[in-house]
Ligand binder design. Sequence first.
Ligand code: FAD
Length: 496
Amino acid sequence: MAQPSLSKSDPINIVGAGVFGLSTAIHLAQRGYTGVTVFDKHAYDDSQYSYFKGADAASADINKIIRSAYGGVSIYQDLTLEAIEGWKRWNKDLASGVVRPPGMSRNDRVFINNGNLIMTDGDELPDFDQATVTSMENAGHHDTQLVTTDARHRQVAHAKGLGFAIDAFRREQRGKSNVAVLDTTGGTALAGKACRFALHKARTLGVRCILHPETGAVDSLAHSPQNPRKVIGIKTRDGKAHLAALTIVACGGWTPALLPQLDGLCEATAGSVAMIKVPRTSPLWDRFAPENFPSWVWKMRDGAEGGLYGFARDEDGWLKIGYRGTKYTNPITQPDGVERSVPATRWSPTTLNGRQLTAIPQQAEKVIRRFMAENMPELVEEGLDIVKTRICWYNDSFDNHLVIDFVPETAGLMVATAGCGHAFKYFPVIGKYVVDIVEGKELSRPCIKAWRWRTLEKGAVPANVLMEGSKGARSLLNTQLVWDEEVQGPSVRARL
Ligand SMILES: Cc1cc2nc3c(=O)[nH]c(=O)nc-3n(C[C@H](O)[C@H](O)[C@H](O)COP(=O)(O)OP(=O)(O)OC[C@H]3O[C@@H](n4cnc5c(N)ncnc54)[C@H](O)[C@@H]3O)c2cc1C
């Protein structure tokens, strides 16, 4: 389906200034659409996409993993390889000064090609990782996926300047197994900086951006008085209506609450993040520098006892470890009587049992600490511990595919969402696909088909079980939480 009557000068509303919204805005503008406005409830010009300054969207983060390793799932493998070219172009635009976002300089980068180490604690490579190696080789990307137990691959890693990543946690020195795949195409996206870059780029291309808790916050969709199945724009919190020929909702974890039609297709789920601060004076400053340390994932397909990922320290010393082994929810009864999971963070007005959510689940803390004890003993030796935690909201689909499509039986309304845990890496290019769908171009491409509006077939087993509600075991209400003041170890508490 396309939006046949759309002309290049028609007003288009995009709700959400995260990866999906900004990328769509850029690609619409580059294709000649002149009436694009991005609305967001968060004042990004003030916070500069910093979580520490109140930005709690998934896209507003220190860093995200870029990896083309996808276990042979070619649509995302190909999309990532295309996106990596985009990331390199964005780095070049910064270095040459062609794009100069406020507060950023020619020395800033948005992508660091420091590799992504995909680890297991077993003695054999899991089938998924083996499939990645085979699939990339078959696709002609020779020696991009390097197995740490293969002597030739280790040499290749050194030749590529990524030798440091082969045994990033020095497990071999400690007599432990080191079975992993090093994805040399990937590494780290500097997330907040990339958002600032994209916002600035969108503006220079003529996109209007209204980023404000009143004037940018969309309270509801505006329907045609003559035809309730036609969306004619949006209503913002300040009471204003903004009419548009097309409205694209790209609100990440907030999308299902705004668009209840997504029930059963998408749900907001929480991941847990722990942050350790490495002082500039510490010997670990260099040890964990992005020039010496890759991004990594650990036991990503091992359920509640696995699902970790992490990064080199950033320029301020933040060393971040995330837990995704359990996908938590925050079900809240909505005005229509249905319980839907709604993002709650330390910065949101939504509270958990009347308390701001400055906590992470105990299970997340346990798995993170166990990993740190086994793989990062130097942190303990240096007296470094977790000093900050964050709950970060994904929008998951039942099959882990994105959802980019027109909303069925509703004219003038599209959705671009369900990034699950993997859409940040597509930032430079995903908007191109959204615009293709707007224009009805090459809709038979496998990725576009995978992203269509869909329902779970009867009897099919979903990758993610959705909408278990407040009685579900993954509801934060039923989860033991560890609050910020408790998560900080005694040595940290003494120093704060
Ligand atoms: C903890 C975590 C780790 C991740 N790690 C990775 C990774 O390593 N690699 C990777 O590729 N991907 C990763 N992802 C996934 C990636 O971050 C997301 O898929 C992507 O950022 C989602 O972008 P988005 O635009 O859909 O949503 P968001 O970034 O959440 O943006 C949605 C925007 O909509 C705005 N909004 C919401 N409601 C309204 C409203 N009513 N009115 C106006 N504005 C509104 C919000 O303020 C927000 O700015 C991770 C996600 C999380 C949560």
